[in-house]
Ligand binder design. Sequence first.
Ligand SMILES: Nc1ncnc2c1ncn2[C@@H]1O[C@H](COP(=O)(O)OP(=O)(O)OP(=O)(O)O)[C@@H](O)[C@H]1O
Length: 247
Amino acid sequence: MLSTRRLTWKIGEVAIVDHVSIDLAEGEFLAVIGPNGAGKTSLFNLISGLRRPTDGSVTLAGHDITRLAPHRRARRGLGRTFQSSSVFGSLTVAANVRLAVQARRGGSVRPFPLPRADRDIAERAERVLWRVGLDHRAGTLAGTLAHGEKRKLEIALLLAGEPKVLLLDEPMAGVSAEDVPGLVALIKTLTRDERRSVLMVEHHMDVVLDLADRVAVMHHGALLICDTPDVVMADRTVQEAYLGEKL
Ligand SMILES: Nc1ncnc2c1ncn2[C@@H]1O[C@H](COP(=O)(O)OP(=O)(O)OP(=O)(O)O)[C@@H](O)[C@H]1O
């Protein structure tokens, strides 16, 4: 579904992402881990189009998307959440999702209302909110949501774009311990039930081991290993890469 080949991003002579080749199958869950500064977010930036690679390629469903702008990649089914929140805090939860649905449909600001189209958008937004379990929060100002709910809203914004591949950048960041299982369950259904492919950067190893079919480990920009969680956890080079850090 998604592949990178020798994907590289250099700043001067320093390779921030260094010849990374990964393959993500349909319905597969691949977690990307690595010590701080390993290049995980930079890899996501190259895949989502925020940065242009110095070398290498990215293909989505067989099409080379290496030179496509981020919004074009999104149109082709590549969705991304960010470490920092992309939610409009002063709008309601429902309004946030309606905007995302409208953006997906190529909606621009219209000089006159089209009630039918607006109704379609509102219905789609309602379905997405129900899907992530936030329907009861539709009228709440997004800025007042707790962290766990805000993460769910970010996933809702992503789902509004109807992505085939989701890039999740630290979806558990800032989420309180009691909200983690609910969020993990939601993310699990995205792959297991809906056959979406997920690439996730996450520091919480218990979450990674619970969700991931395979784990890719980055170190100094390069891919150390990409294998099943059992194999990765037992690997000596992985343990050495994390020396001095908690795995
Ligand atoms: N625009 C930039 N200019 C200069 N250096 C950069 C830039 N972006 C990233 N880097 C450097 O590249 C390295 C990798 O950064 P990146 O954020 O991709 O790592 P990461 O694995 O996501 O780290 P973390 O787990 O801390 O989020 C770091 O040393 C960082 O300082």
